[in-house]
Design a protein around this ligand. Structure first.
Ligand code: CMC
Length: 451
């Protein structure tokens, strides 16, 4: 049964027929007809069937190989459903379009965390509880002051969120449901405060304390843009646009940062350390860093006449340049979040009367050309959510190095909900992938003088 050799061609030989009526697939050696493994087929509420390969190695001596998790489900989850072919996104079963139009970020947080939409009283209590955890321990501001002024805000976010575990040592009791919940509230509540402080630090302005009478998105804008010596009123169109950005980024099933949070948490690490690792993963330009990369790209293009040259480079396989804010691992149809964000983007540009901004004009022209270009059309490379969120955030006056921090604020609820779900899932174990070893055969140590 156990072949146990390193012949890579053996990986291509066995065949997996479609699921059988008895709910199993069989891994069969086509030459000998020998059955190498009998694997159960699991079925979710919606979405493709999943072959359960947990016993594959025990039965056949082989591992599955899937770098980048192109075809691997890493867990069972009830939180978010993404259908990349249809361009559909559901939080706890509710279409993103309905939530974006009729709900608000805090209600979406309640939904993502608990699984249900709240009744009024429950919502008021939840909003009150989150709002009343927004302040940071004063000592955190000294920690922040230790960073260089030109430090990237994501560096501060990774550091400060990880450091919160030092302020809430009891959060390490990850088996306690109560501790997990209070940590979720703390993270949700304090993330905007941290992001805004990171911004204030970078521009040399005093930190603004949170104002509990403001809504979540309003409070974030207030802490970023208000100064102690002036009255500041948040523009309601911008507050609504920010709320929308937060809703649309709240969760996206097992993406790189969420998988990182789960993997870190699978060892029993505390929630602050787990979320800090998620922030680190989000930072990369292929993930949450894309909204910042979009703006960097627009600045690099600079003028209208350089758009064709840039597009040629993005299409050239020999060139590392990509059209940032285009394409998605899962969506091979229009990203439903991008559709919503596109409308909001035009509203914000009109409200702020900034359509003449050169970078924004380049963005709108790029969008128009790429949507017609056979290279992008044939590869299903549509603008993704970060293309438009980058443009909106820029129009709002948020500097580009802060964009991914805003994404982190939004995604925190997804991270903590997924982290919590992992802790109540009895099938979860420490994440420990295997590998195809392609290094040297076993050999003997040679003393330095004899080499
Ligand atoms: N510009 C130019 N070509 C692209 C792009 C792009 N943005 N994205 C993919 N391609 C090409 C790629 O070169 C390949 O072409 P070919 O078949 O000729 O070799 C084909 O499209 C498939 O690309 P892939 O790299 O196999 O796709 P992937 O699923 O591994 O990558 C992605 C997905 C999002 C990393 C990628 O599309 C990308 O780098 N996009 C730009 C960065 C970006 O906007 N990221 C934000 C994603 S949405 C927010 C989030 O989830 O965090």
């Amino acid at each position: 049964m156990h072949k146990g050799n390193n012949d890579m061609s053996g990986f291509a030989t066995p065949v997996l027929p479609g699921p059988t009526p008895d709910g199993f697939v069989y891994l069969v050696d086509p030459e000998t007809g020998e059955r190498l493994a009998r694997l159960p087929v699991l079925r979710g509420t919606i979405g493709p069937d999943v072959i359960d390969v947990r016993t594959l190695h025990a039965q056949s001596g082989m591992f599955s190989y899937d770098p980048g998790y192109m075809a691997t489900a890493s867990c069972e989850s009830t939180i978010t459903y993404v259908d990349g072919d249809e361009g559909e996104l559901l939080y706890r079963g509710y279409p993103i379009e309905q939530l974006a139009e009729q709900s608000n970020f805090l209600e979406v947080c309640y939904l993502i965390l608990t699984g249900e939409l709240p009744e009024r009283e429950a919502f008021e209590k939840f909003s009150h509880d989150v709002t009343h955890h927004t302040m940071l321990h004063e000592q955190v501001s000294f920690l922040l002051r230790g960073f260089r002024r030109d430090a990237h805000p994501m560096a501060l976010m990774v550091g400060v969120v990880g450091a919160l575990s030092a302020f809430y040592a009891e959060s390490s009791d990850v088996a306690s449901e109560g501790q997990r919940m209070i940590s979720a509230y703390r993270l949700l509540a304090k993330m905007p405060t941290i992001a805004a402080m990171a911004y204030k630090w970078s521009i040399g302005q005093p930190f603004m304390y949170p104002k509990n009478k403001l809504g979540y998105a309003e409070n974030l804008l207030h802490m970023m843009f208000a100064v102690p010596c002036e009255d500041y009123t948040v523009n309601p169109v911008l507050a609504r646009a920010m709320d929308l950005i937060l809703i649309l980024h709240a969760d996206h099933e097992q993406n790189a940062s969420t998988s990182t949070v789960r993997l870190t948490g699978s060892s029993g690490a505390n929630p602050f350390a787990s979320v800090a690792s998620g922030i680190a993963s989000l930072w990369g330009p292929a993930h949450g860093g894309a909204n910042e990369a979009v703006l960097r790209m627009l600045e690099e293009i600079g003028t209208f006449d350089r758009i064709p040259e840039f597009l040629d480079r993005a299409k050239d396989r020999g060139d590392t340049i990509r059209l940032m804010g285009f394409g998605h691992r899962v969506y091979k149809n229009y990203d439903p979040r991008a559709k919503i964000m596109r409308d909001a983007c035009h509203q914000v540009l009109d409200e702020l009367d900034v359509r003449d901004d050169p970078h924004l004009r380049i963005a709108l022209e790029l969008e128009k050309i790429a949507l017609d270009d056979p290279y992008f059309v044939s590869r299903n490379l549509y603008p993704n959510v970060d293309f438009y969120s980058g443009i909106i955030l820029k129009a709002m006056g948020i500097p580009r190095h802060l964009f991914t921090a805003v994404f982190a604020v939004a995604r925190t609820v997804g991270w903590v909900a997924q982290w919590n779900e992992m802790h109540v899932d009895v099938s979860q174990r420490i994440g420990r992938p295997r590998q195809i070893y392609t290094g040297s055969q076993k050999r003997s140590y040679v003393a330095m003088d004899a080499r």
